[in-house]
Design a protein around this ligand. Structure first.
Ligand code: SF4
Ligand code: SF4
Length: 180
C-alpha cells in the first residue's frame, strides 16, 4: 500500500486517540495546533509538496488533530519535511506547522520509528563525527589534488553531548557506546 493510500484509508473509531491533540498542544511548538482550519496554505507553499504527491503538511496536521496517533507517527512522509519553516511563516492561523512536525518526529523516534537512512546517518555521526562516511579513496584524492586535509572531528565529544537526548538509543548504538 502506498503512503498516499495509507493516509486516506477509512478511519476506524478504534484508531482515534482523543487525548493526542491535547498532548501535542502541551509540547513546545505544538501549542497552536488546534487553530488549524485546513485552509491548505501550508501545503500550497511547501517546496517539498511541490515535488511529492504524497507529502501534504496540511494532512499531517489534520491527522494530528483527529488523534490518528499511530497512523501519523508511522507515516513515512513525516520525514520528508525539510524544516524550511515556510509553512510556519505563511499559516494565517499562526500554527507552527514545522514545529508540530518536529514534535511528531520526536515522538516517532522515541518509539524507534525512524527511517533506516537517518539511523545510518546518525550512526555515522557517532562513529566518525561526519554525517557521511568519506571514502579513503576520496581522502587520498584530496592529497593528490593538493587540497588541505578535512577538519578533524571529535565523535567522543559528540557522543557525550548527545547523551540523555535518546539520540544514541534511536540509532541502536547505545550498547556499543556504553562499552567504550
Ligand atoms: S496554513 Fe495553517 S491553518 Fe492553513 S492548513 Fe496549514 S496549518 Fe492549517
Ligand atoms: S517546514 Fe516542512 S512542511 Fe513546512 S514548508 Fe518547509 S518542507 Fe514544507
Amino acid at each position: 500500500m502506498t503512503e498516499t493510500s495509507t493516509s486516506r484509508k477509512p478511519i476506524k473509531a478504534s484508531e482515534i486517540d482523543p487525548k493526542f491533540k491535547y498532548e501535542l498542544s502541551r509540547m513546545p511548538g505544538g501549542e497552536k495546533l488546534l487553530r488549524c482550519f485546513q485552509c491548505g496554505t501550508c501545503t500550497s507553499d511547501c517546496p517539498v509538496a511541490r515535488f511529492s504527491d504524497a507529502y501534504r503538511p496540511r494532512r499531517i496536521i489534520r491527522m494530528a488533530q483527529l488523534g490518528l496517533k499511530e497512523r501519523v507517527l508511522n507515516s513515512e512522509t513525516l520525514w520528508l519535511c525539510a524544516a524550511c519553516f515556510t509553512c510556519t511563516d505563511r499559516c494565517p492561523q499562526g500554527v507552527e506547522v514545522a514545529s508540530v512536525i518536529r514534535v511528531l518526529r520526536n515522538l516517532a523516534a522515541e518509539k524507534g520509528i525512524v527511517p533506516q537512512v537517518f539511523k545510518d546517518q546518525a550512526a555515522c555521526i557517532l562513529d566518525s563525527g561526519y554525517a557521511y562516511k568519506i571514502p579513503e579513496l576520496r581522502i587520498k584524492k584530496r592529497v593528490t589534488l593538493g587540497l588541505p586535509p578535512l577538519p578533524t572531528s571529535n565523535p567522543e565529544s559528540i557522543c557525550k553531548a548527545l547523551k540523555g537526548v535518546k539520540f544514541i538509543e534511536t540509532t541502536g548504538k547505545e550498547g556499543e557506546k556504553s562499552e567504550q
